[in-house]
Design a protein around this ligand. Structure first.
Ligand SMILES: C/C(=C\COP(=O)(O)O)CCC[C@H](C)CCC[C@H](C)CCCC(C)C
Ligand SMILES: Nc1ccn([C@@H]2O[C@H](COP(=O)(O)OP(=O)(O)O)[C@@H](O)[C@H]2O)c(=O)n1
Length: 300
């Protein structure tokens, strides 16, 4: 009586495995040549795991690639302004502020490069984290990076890296981890810090002859530039993320709320507390508070 034929495995890999010993051989093959049941089961499990984790693998690949790309972008931005400052095509104080504006805006604009996985924000957070480490390393003098110092400091002193620039990048890290791209609070806070505060300096230094009565270091024009650029950039970035489907914006209410948030951020920026709290801390914190009170966690 012919020996009972073992049931052929059904999953793709185990079929492949079994095919290496064709079906008729299975019945007559000596025991040592029959695939062990555990081996067939393991191969089947592997095939199932591989087919189930394909999307996860592609997300991992996408997030890893986006992290590398944005990190390279950050490095290139600083290098570009180092070259412009070196060739005296851009003043050092202007270079710092343009890097201040562009790094926040470009970083926010890069967020859709990352996948929809729950871990995507942690990949995005790697970029400000690496720049934190970079600013600390060079600001504390463990190594020197003249390009970085020239493009993001006013007086070319490495210790300056440990104040404004470091606070700025820490705020970027917090915004990515806490709010990410599906909350208007982070988008508006980053817009006010990068666009608002950045243009307040750029415009105020040039045209700000009429100083504020309560703060002779700031001007009416600079504060107006803060309000207008912060409001416009916030509206632009809310539109960007809304258009991409990350948030829903009810513009009939959002515009009025954005005006109030921009007013609050501008008020905080112009009060004379810079000696106590850096603008890169006070402006985003004030914006987060007011945006949370007005928007909650939705942009309605
Ligand atoms: C100069 C900066 C802050 C100083 O502000 P303030 O004291 O003058 O008010 C900004 C420092 C930027 C930092 C060196 C680089 C940050 C890069 C960012 C995390 C990612 C940008 C990516 C994008 C694609 C360019
Ligand atoms: N509201 C403002 C803000 C800045 N500014 C001008 O920009 C310069 C730098 O501003 P700031 O001290 O806020 O600079 P950061 O602390 O943002 O780097 C000030 O000394 C003013 O000349 C202004 O005129 N009005």
């Amino acid at each position: 009586m012919a020996a009972a034929r073992p049931a052929l495995p059904s999953s793709p890999t185990s079929l492949l495995l079994a095919r290496s010993i064709s079906a008729p051989d299975l019945a007559t093959a000596p025991t040592w040549r029959r695939p062990r049941r555990w081996l067939v089961a393991a191969a089947g499990a592997g095939a199932l795991a591989a087919s189930a984790s394909a999307p996860a693998a592609s997300m991992l690949l996408r997030d890893g690639g986006a992290t590398l790309l944005v990190t390279a972008g950050a490095y290139s931005l600083v290098r570009a302004f180092d070259a412009l400052t070196e060739r005296r095509l851009v003043q050092q104080s202007l270079s710092r502020k343009v890097v201040h504006v562009l790094s926040g805006v470009f970083f926010m604009a890069s967020w859709p490069l990352f996948s929809n996985s729950t871990g995507a924000r942690f990949f995005a957070a790697v970029v400000p984290f690496l720049n934190c480490a970079r600013l600390l390393t060079y600001g504390l003098g463990f190594y020197s990076d003249e390009a970085l110092v020239k493009s993001v400091t006013r007086e070319g002193k490495r210790e300056e890296l440990l104040r404004g620039p470091l606070y700025y990048v820490i705020v970027l890290l917090i915004i990515v981890l806490v709010f990410w791209r599906d909350s208007p609070i982070g988008i508006i806070s980053l817009s006010m810090m990068s666009g608002g505060d950045g243009f307040a300096d750029i415009v105020g230094r040039r045209f700000g002859s009429l100083k504020l009565p309560f703060n002779d270091k700031k001007s009416w024009v600079g504060s107006a530039a803060m309000f207008i650029s912060g409001f416009l950039l916030s509206a632009l970035m809310l539109s960007y993320f809304s258009w991409l489907g990350y948030i829903q914006v009810s513009w009939d209410q959002a515009i009025g709320k954005l005006v109030l948030v921009a007013l609050a951020a501008t008020a905080v920026e112009c009060i004379p507390v810079t000696d106590v709290v850096d603008d890169n801390i006070s402006v985003p914190l004030a914006t987060m508070l007011v945006a949370f009170l007005l928007f909650g966690n939705t942009a309605h």
